[in-house]
Design a protein around this ligand. Structure first.
Ligand code: MN
Length: 231
């Protein structure tokens, strides 16, 4: 807990420095910062073990941010929000920017669609899931197939596309907001299926990780994402 508070304080200071009048400090203190994790590293156990969460947040996610800040230093991209930057990515974007901006946006999104609080889809989200897939279980099956079928590293997504729910997956750190995505739309739920997200606990058994993961989905956040995407 003490570590979490210290980390939060450091992040606030890092964020404050980017708003100051003095010239931007050299990377890694750049314009993109890592928001505090909304729960403790061990909060999603046993589904996601503490060590995986700690390495994932403090090493992997942080590295995407540091590398993104280095890649955009002194360029117009560093003045954009991460969302604005993601929306500008196309096939001409430098891979360093595409991969690291994606890595930053995707992980920030991922932390927020998980929670130790148990829940289930309800309201308009539940209605939409039932209308599109037939039932919550059928949606989970289809999502699970997208997650298991993504060859190599990438992400599985539940998205809103043309005001309807759909399931897709993206390679590497691409996401459905990018013009390069096969299925473009607004993510409402996303799952990291890179081995670094599950290997310590699940080893090569990605389908077991995907199945267990539903236990830690933050359905309140997903419902909010859905409502926002339908506006
Ligand atoms: Mn990851």
């Amino acid at each position: 807990m003490k570590q979490t508070l210290l980390l939060a304080a450091a992040l606030v200071l890092a964020g404050f420095s980017s708003f100051s009048q003095t010239p931007a400090a050299p990377a890694p203190t750049g314009p993109f910062i890592q928001a505090p994790l909304p729960y403790d590293f061990g909060a999603l156990e046993p589904t996601i073990d503490k060590q995986t969460m700690e390495i994932h947040y403090t090493k992997h996610h942080k590295a995407y941010i540091d590398n993104l800040n280095k890649a955009v230093a002194g360029k117009p991209e560093e003045k954009l929000t991460i969302y604005q930057l993601i929306k500008k990515i196309d096939s001409q974007t430098a891979p360093l920017v595409r991969n690291n901006a994606g890595g930053h946006w995707n992980h920030t999104f991922f932390w927020n669609v998980m929670s130790p609080k148990k829940g289930a889809p309800s309201g308009e989200l539940l209605t939409a899931i039932n209308t599109t897939f037939g039932s919550v279980d059928k949606m989970k099956d289809e999502f699970g197939k997208a997650a298991a079928g993504r060859f190599g590293s990438g992400w599985a997504w539940l998205i809103v596309k043309d005001k309807k729910l759909a399931i897709s997956s993206t390679p590497n750190q691409d996401n459905p907001l990018m013009a390069v995505a096969e299925a473009q739309g607004t993510p409402v739920l996303g799952l990291d299926v890179w081995e670094h997200a599950y290997y310590l606990k699940y080893q090569n058994k990605r389908p077991d990780y995907v199945k267990a993961w539903w236990d830690v989905v933050n359905w309140e956040a997903v419902a909010k994402n859905y409502a926002e995407a339908m506006k």
